[in-house]
Design a protein around this ligand. Structure first.
Ligand SMILES: Cc1cc2nc3c(=O)[nH]c(=O)nc-3n(C[C@H](O)[C@H](O)[C@H](O)COP(=O)(O)OP(=O)(O)OC[C@H]3O[C@@H](n4cnc5c(N)ncnc54)[C@H](O)[C@@H]3O)c2cc1C
Length: 321
């Protein structure tokens, strides 16, 4: 720790999340009576105005051709370059997939700690960062205080609202950072093709678990999804083990917030539950009346999904006609 460390810096490669971080950072900066910095990293970086309008007193920009695509080593160097220049006492990083790769590496290089996926942030009388984070798959809240500077935390999307924009003024500081070559080379990039994109924004999700015996049986869910205008999700084994879908929902997958979540043949483990905690209404279909998913559900159907799903789809179709 050095006495010169001052200011709160926020960074995410996702602009919406960076604006949310500015909201969280502003409160901390005001409490500490320091400036708030936003960091922009990339190649051909443009558009610092919205960051200033949303509260940044200074925007640090690292713009380099080597940062055109995300790779952890060059981005790590860029963030470290900015941190060394600005010397903030707090650094918040968006907990995206990339942010989660980046943050621990930055923390290790700065010989500090990093509290992850924090949903509330504050500072104590010793100017330490104090964070609340969900643990045990979201069933408990831990309150932690950081002991080393710069205090670091990652923050998931939508934990903080985007602050109201105002006509703020701020400086833009362009930094030259030596950007190393990435250690891994990307051989091929392919667009995602399946219908399981956009789960986080979907208002209705119908989701498959290991109660489905064959990949082809997912058509039962597809038919229901079509009637409901729903996206299709699944538990981890369906995607990670069987490879029937691309993305799963849960602790290690997507966290979703639909108005309606329909879990079909999903047992409701703590890891799956962590991803559906914010669903407004959960409906479960499971043939085991003791399945944990019923503990989490607002409505439950004890039955065989191979019979319940076609009947449900038929009934909804009839209602729609
Ligand atoms: C570190 C770690 C992270 C993990 N992260 C995640 C995560 O993010 N998301 C996730 O989902 N899992 C995750 N898991 C895996 C998790 O522990 C479970 O293995 C998984 O959630 C189980 O998936 P499931 O409910 O589909 O399968 P199962 O637990 O096997 O449940 C299948 C259910 O289907 C029911 N069923 C069977 N046949 C029928 C039928 N014909 N009709 C109706 N019901 C039927 C059964 O009664 C049963 O309840 C993680 C595990 C680890 C160790």
């Amino acid at each position: 720790m050095t006495v010169d460390q001052k200011g709160v810096m926020v960074y995410s490669e996702e602009r919406k999340l960076e604006l949310q971080l500015l909201g969280a950072g502003r409160e901390l900066a005001d409490k500490l009576e320091v400036e708030l910095y936003a960091l922009l990293v990339g190649a051909g970086v443009a558009g610092t105005d919205d960051l200033i309008e949303h509260g940044a007193d200074k925007v640090y920009v690292v713009d380099d051709a080597g940062l055109a695509r995300f790779a952890v080593e060059p981005y790590r160097a860029a963030v470290l370059g900015a941190v060394r220049k600005a010397s903030p006492e707090i650094l918040l990083i968006g907990a995206t997939k990339r942010g989660k790769e980046l943050a621990p590496r930055v923390a290790a290089a700065l010989d500090t700690g990093c509290m992850t996926e924090c949903v509330r942030l504050d500072v104590d009388e010793e100017r330490r960062l104090v964070a609340e984070r969900l643990t045990y798959g979201g069933s408990c809240i831990a309150t932690e205080a950081s002991r080393r500077r710069p205090h670091m935390a990652t923050v998931p999307t939508r934990a903080f609202p985007i602050p109201q924009p105002s006509e703020g003024t701020g400086d833009v500081v362009r930094l030259e950072v030596e950007v190393p070559e990435p250690r891994a080379v990307v051989i091929e990039r392919r667009e995602k093709t399946r219908g399981d994109l956009g789960l986080e924004e979907a208002p209705i999700i119908v989701s498959a678990g290991r109660g489905f015996r064959e990949r082809e049986d997912l058509r039962l869910l597809e038919e229901l999804a079509e009637v409901l205008g729903a996206k299709i999700g699944c538990s981890r084994p369906i995607a990670a083990d069987s490879g029937w879908l691309e993305e799963w929902i849960g602790l290690s997958g997507r966290k979703v917030k639909p108005r309606l979540y329909l879990a079909c043949g999903i047992s409701g483990t703590v890891q799956h539950a962590a991803g559906i905690r914010d669903a407004q209404i959960i409906v479960a279909i499971n043939r085991d009346e003791a399945a944990n998913i019923f503990e989490l559900s607002d409505y439950g159907v004890v039955g065989d999904l191979y019979r319940v799903l076609p009947a449900l789809t038929r009934a909804l179709k009839e209602k729609a006609e």
